[in-house]
Design a protein around this ligand. Structure first.
Ligand SMILES: N[C@@H](CCC[C@H](N)C(=O)O)C(=O)O
Length: 259
């Protein structure tokens, strides 16, 4: 079977996207894993289907590079909005459905995509570390000298410890900078460091705000580029009106045979 695909990236978190508005595509875990493979396939951190859904502009279906359907992907959501726009779904404000519920999004000056994330209520603490869910589960750990930090080794140790081994967790390492925070993420389902993780930088920004009262916009630097997270802090561990903002770009398109 030949599959026509589009490749997008948001701050270096890269995705294969397929327009499945005719509902013809149903992939197995092995097929998704093969397409995401960087040597034998197209190469990507994840794959998304743009499906139709009554009452919404579209439905987002997301798979990790390991081939399994997963929870919300923030950078993926931003890329899918740009893709929808490029495919002629033109809106001032997009309203789509993902696995964690409805999302709104806008495209600013044809460049940055602003994506509204689900409300967050409840942070768990483990000494200086914080665990929270921003659509996907995240572990946030403050570190120093982040550019030389062993993200893969330390990320794996947390992701595979006995608390998280079964369900998995994404692990974010965060260092405060003169302006905002620097975040590096070990991603579940990719089982490696990615250049950026949208739900991860959202989680890190909320933790940063949680520790440092008063912020409502956090500037974020990741290895793949710059993002920002805006939000309203409603209570000690309650956040609403959370927006993940950053670039999302088309890279290339093509056809792959997956027989
Ligand atoms: N890259 C993503 C997160 C994708 C889901 C994650 N790997 C998981 O399984 O929880 C993002 O930008 O949020």
């Amino acid at each position: 079977m030949d599959i026509h695909f589009f490749k997008y990236q948001g701050t270096g978190n890269d995705f294969i996207i397929i327009d499945n508005r005719d509902g013809k595509v149903h992939f197995s875990t092995e097929q998704v894993k093969h397409m995401c493979d960087r040597r034998f396939g197209i190469g990507a951190d994840g794959l998304m289907l743009l499906n139709t859904r009554e009452g919404y502009d579209f439905e987002m279906k997301y798979y990790n590079a390991d081939g399994r359907e997963s929870t919300m992907c923030g950078n993926g959501g931003r890329c899918l909005v740009k893709f929808a726009h490029h495919r002629g779904i033109s809106r001032n404000k997009y309203h789509f459905i993902a696995i964690d519920g409805p999302h709104d999004a806008t495209i600013e000056d044809n460049r940055w995509v602003h994506l509204k994330m689900k409300d967050v209520d409840g942070l768990q603490h483990n000494y200086t570390d914080t665990i929270l869910n921003t659509g996907s589960p995240h572990y946030v750990k403050p570190v120093s000298d982040i550019r030389h930090y062993d993200v893969v080794g330390e990320g794996k140790a947390i992701r595979y410890n006995e608390t998280y081994a079964q369900e998995g967790i994404n692990v974010n390492f965060v260092e405060e900078q003169a302006k905002g925070i620097y975040v590096r993420t070990y991603e579940r389902g990719v089982e490696d460091e990615t250049l950026s993780c949208g739900t991860g930088v959202t989680a890190s920004a909320l933790v940063f705000a949680h520790n440092e009262n008063g912020f409502n916009r956090v500037e974020i630097q990741t290895p793949g580029g710059r993002l920002a997270v805006e939000f309203e802090k409603k209570g000690e561990a309650q956040f609403e009106n959370i927006w993940l903002c950053g670039p999302a770009n088309f890279v290339f398109s093509g056809t792959i045979n997956i027989d």
